[in-house]
Design a protein. Sequence first.
Length: 466
Amino acid sequence: MSRRMLVTILVVAVLVVLIGILWSRVAAQGPGNGATVQRPGNGATVQRSGNGAAAQLPGNGVAAPAPGNAAAVAGAAAGAAPGDAARRQILYYRNPMGLPDTSPAPKKDAMGMDYVPVYAGEEPQAGQVRIDSDKLQKLGVRTERIARRPLARTLRVVGTVQADERRESTVSAKFEGWITRLLVDATGVHVAKGQPLLEAYSPDLISAQQDYRTAVAALAALNGADAEARAGAEALVAGSLERLRNWDIADADLAALRHGAAPRRSLVLRAQRGGVVIAKTARAGMRFMPGDALYQIADLSSVWLVASVHEQDLGLVHVGERATTSTVAYPGRSFAGTVAFVSPVLQAETRTAQIRIELANRDGLLKPAMYGYVDLAAGPAEPRLAVPDSAILDTGTRRLVIVDRGGGAFEPREVAVGVHGDGYTEVLEGLAERDAVVVDGNFLIDAESNLKAAIGGMAGRAHGGH
């Protein structure tokens, strides 16, 4: 037999002897030998003996007899602060993630987290959840009492400057002709009302002038004739004059014809309103037909800013509301205006509706197609009952807040909400003034407690009430 094997046998033998000694000592510690057991936490020492010796429990003076005397044990339990023991009695264990799952015995969830014990007196009432103060502090839960506050806010939208459609006009001829001379030959030129724009030649126009001169001469020749003849001549003069006026011939040119001037080979077309030439199709020598647009003139002393407002903000915008506009072209300068129109049609692609703000532009600083930012004072003027936006849990079908009932008890409550403003939301139903609601940590309360079960119980009571 080798030396290594002998050493191994010797070590095993020693271990067997030691185990036997330890086992005998443990067996000697059983009931009936007078051993004392120290109970951690209250300092009570219990004398274990078979003769009924009692151990003194410091703090309450109750003597607890050793095992073997059942009557004495029952008496000691009755006098040892039953209220304290009941408060620490574990009723069940709940899911640590707030799921509606409980267990009568300790267990772990699928992620290895221990179920949380629920003690007697700490179980939540129906429709409530209860969280101890230590966990509330760890979760950083903060509450706020709701009150009435102004919900006015500034709604900012982006738009573009456009010419006022009511201040635009088109210059077109009502007769066929040719342009012989352009007097305004570029876009962007400012023109005054009545200013000559071009000279045009038209055979029809010359013929109409000759007819008018002939009628005027005939009327003069019938100066001493009877009334019936003069009336016919006057009607002929009036018809010829009306024909020229319908072709937008200026009264000054007609007066010259009336006083014997020869028919002009070309006549002048004038601007019907003052403004800026924003479009021009007229070219020297060009032939035009009746109705052809030759100039487009816009009065830019007052302009529109057309902006798009999102669907959820349309209820905050009203005709007549004051607006302030700013542009990147003029930093630090604002332009005051008024909402003149809110479109009755929503654009399906962008879910927006257009609004028009009228702006004075006497200095001509605002130019069509320029971008502008519009600030609108939106929201109700009078204070409304409101909670912070962070207090509302939106489930998609309902809006809930968590109400602090005091003592670590929280109650989910369904609310109806109104307008938003300055980080607060109006509460129409479900809360009263001075109610305390959770504004920070409400989602963590949902995860830390059995909140889903409480919400389900609230829903069940609501259905039962109906």
